[in-house]
Ligand binder design. Structure first.
Ligand code: HEC
Length: 209
């Protein structure tokens, strides 16, 4: 039943000179098509396929229904295509090595870092006896494969130690730009954002060898 409908549907598409190969490759087409057929009169299914086709084509309403279902099918395919494109985009998200901050921003962050953070974490953010390193091993291992948002959130809500959220969000983004720069990530054209969505779209990955 599924196959019968699919093959006759294919012929409709041929007749309408629609891109059959694209429609055929779309999984949803068959599912939708069978749904439409399920509504058809059972008795009609027993008539020969040839008779049924002639009847459909000759009746105006039949042709309309055909066109209508072809449109639904095609738009469903277009939607599937859009969803696939979106998936591809999501998996091709940026990493911290894709120039996610500007040099100017990192320079701003360097000033704040030396005043508020270096006393514990060291000027190069390599850590000391009182505080962990923020670059190198920490990013390459502890936070590898996590969104930058995770690391940013910890920094913003807990640092400087005992005074989380005491600096403006923009300043935390500037400090993060400086930390990434110390880690060896290159500067780019756009500033590092401080909103959750923007930071979630940037992935921490191991430094390239
Ligand atoms: C008084 C010392 C001190 C100061 C000042 C300080 N930190 Fe920290 N920081 C620590 C300690 C201690 C930890 C470890 C806390 C823990 O593991 O619970 C830490 C942890 C962190 C972490 C998480 C590291 C990890 O491995 O998860 C980040 C990021 C960080 N600090 C950034 C900053 C930044 C940015 C500043 C300045 C705005 C700052 N810290 C100021 C002592 C300090």
């Amino acid at each position: 039943m599924r196959q019968c409908y699919a093959s006759s549907h294919k012929k409709f598409l041929f007749r309408l000179e629609l891109p059959v190969s694209r429609a055929v490759s779309c999984g949803r087409r068959v599912a939708l098509g069978c749904g439409v057929q399920a509504k058809e009169n059972r008795a009609q299914q027993h008539k020969s396929r040839r008779l049924m086709r002639r009847k459909l084509v000759s009746s105006k309403t039949g042709l309309k229904a055909m066109l209508g279902s072809a449109m639904v099918v095609l738009s469903a395919c277009a939607m599937t295509g859009a969803a696939l494109a979106q998936d591809a985009e999501a998996s091709a998200e940026r990493t911290i090595f894709d120039g996610v901050f500007t040099q100017e921003q990192a320079d701003r962050g360097a000033g704040v870092f030396s005043q508020n953070c270096a006393v514990c974490h060291g000027n190069a953010a390599r850590g000391g006896s009182d505080a962990p390193g923020l670059v190198g091993h920490t990013l390459n291992n502890k936070y590898a494969d996590q969104p930058l948002q995770t690391y940013f959130h910890i920094m913003q809500t807990t640092m400087p130690l005992g005074r989380g959220n005491s600096l403006p969000p923009q300043t935390y983004a500037d400090i993060m730009a400086h930390i990434l720069s110390l880690h060896g990530a290159p500067a780019g054209e756009e500033e590092l954002p401080f909103d959750e969505e923007g930071l979630s779209a940037i992935q921490i990955v191991r430094a390239p060898q």
